[in-house]
Structure formats: C-alpha cells, structure tokens
Write a protein that binds this ligand. Structure first.
Ligand code: BG6
Length: 256
C-alpha cells in the first residue's frame, strides 16, 4: 500500500508541475490543515530542497514570515558541505507576531545551520514621509541591495482573507481585497484567482518583479484550504519550485 501512496504522490507532483509550468514540485503525505506534523514534513522537505539549490560558495537566502516558514526554520540543520549562507528577510514588516516574522525566522535558520543572517528593521505602519526618508538611509539601502541580490527565496503563501485579518488590515484596504476577489497572498501582494494583483502592502524588500531574475523561488504552502491561494499565486509565477502537501495537491489537481 505504501508503494501506491508513493506513486500517487509522484503522479500529483508531475501533474501540478506540468499544469503550472513549475520547475519542481514536492508533495508530502497528509494534509497540514488536519495534522500539524505535516507542516513539519513540509519543513523537512524544504530544508532538503534548499540544500539542493545552494550555490557552491556564497548564498543569500531571502525568507518570508508565517507559520509554515517557522516550521522550515525548526527543521533547519547544518550543511555538510562548504557553502556559506546569509539569511535575510525578504520584505519589511508585514504585521506578523514576533515568532512568525521574517526577521525571527531568518535568525533561527542561521542559528540552526551555523550560518549568518542580517535583519531588516522597518516598522509596519509608517506615514508616507517617514517611509520615504527611512528607505534613503544608507544602512537600509545596503540591506535592500543584499536582499535583492538573493539567489534563493523561500516563501509562504496565504489565504487572502486569513492574511488580511491576521495583519489587522485597515477597513479601506480590506474592502479593496474583498472587492477585488482576492483569494491568495504572497510577499504582501494579494491576488485574485487568475493571479492578478488586487492589493499590495507597502513595504520595502523583494518586489514581485524581482522573482524573475536569476533566483530559485521556493514556495512552501499546504493544507486543502490553501489550494485556491496556491493556485492564484502559481497563475502568475513561472518556474517556481513548490513544496506542498497532499491536502492542497489533490485540490490543485482536481480542478485542472
Ligand atoms: C506571512 C507572509 O508571514 O506568512 C505571507 O508575509 C504568507 O506572504 C504567510 O502568505 C503565510 O502564513 P502561514 O502561517 O499560512 O504559513
């Protein structure tokens, strides 16, 4: 029976890979909505995948926040080869709890793998003026360069309304997200089911356009309730690497 499960997962992987023109798809068993350990398995698979894509010497790995990426950090282990990694947060504050913030996750990944990290300190709610003068600061500019030069990005994908609520989004932005029929969110961008951007949280760091340039982009997201969100993101992303679970994968493959 376990053989059947293995081939079932690899069929799902192949189907999703082809349907969304992805460069790799990994499906772990189970549904993280139902069993918390499945998130850990996705974390484990993500760590293995990250190691596979590391460049021989220097690496800048940009990571986002979220509970899924926090699981990736929990499963992080040192690497046996001589790669060097600097972990950086992909974008500035997006309104998460400390333990789910990109800064926290990136420090933890570095600690657990005995590598380096750099943090980005930008508050969440800034006036336009403060924001503009802040990003002119030389130290912030240096960090932005580093982040944009990342060769690997590890990111989560969220269900749009879940993320909007978790971030204490303002009434007017909430309306924009609702009226635009957003179903998915990644990097602070909200997408409708076709992958069209309907709203974007203002912060610095990786912008969606940056994803197309010489980077391995690894999305980690699972659970059947995230299927629509994952699909929305994949509809505007190409050549991404997706690490997911059967719960989401079955839903993704169902309505192809
Ligand atoms: C957030 C990221 O921290 O985590 C979002 O900024 C992402 O882009 C979200 O969608 C995913 O969260 P979780 O807890 O579902 O992994």
């Amino acid at each position: 029976d376990s053989m059947k499960e293995v081939s079932g997962a690899s069929l799902l992987e192949r189907t999703i890979k082809e349907a969304f023109s992805l460069s790799e798809v990994i499906v772990v068993s189970g549904d993280s909505d139902l069993s918390p350990w499945v998130k850990k398995e996705m974390g484990r698979a993500s760590v293995a995948c990250l190691k596979k894509y590391l460049a021989p010497e220097e690496n800048i790995v940009a990571v986002t926040g979220g509970t899924t990426l926090a699981s990736v950090a929990e499963m992080m282990t040192p690497h046996v080869k001589n790669h060097k990694i600097t972990f950086v947060p992909a974008r500035g504050g997006l309104g998460e709890n400390v333990k789910n913030q990109a800064n926290t996750i990136c420090a933890k990944m570095a600690e657990r793998s005995s590598q380096d990290y750099r943090l980005l300190h930008v508050p969440d709610q800034l006036s336009d003026d403060t924001y503009r003068s802040m990003i002119e600061e030389p130290l912030i500019q240096d960090m932005l360069h580093l982040i944009r030069s990342s060769n690997i990005i590890l990111h989560g994908i969220g269900e749009a309304m879940t993320m909007a609520k978790r971030r204490q989004t303002s009434e007017s932005d909430l309306n924009k997200i609702k009226n635009g029929h957003a179903v998915g969110e990644a990097f602070g961008y909200y997408f409708d089911q076709n992958g069209k951007i309907v709203h974007k949280v203002k912060t610095i760091g990786i912008q969606l356009d940056d994803l197309n340039h010489n980077k391995y982009v690894i999305a980690v997201a699972g659970g059947s309730t995230k299927a629509k969100a994952i699909k929305a993101f994949l509809n505007q992303a190409r050549n991404s690497i997706l690490i997911t679970d059967e719960g989401a994968a079955k839903e993704l493959a169902r309505d192809l």
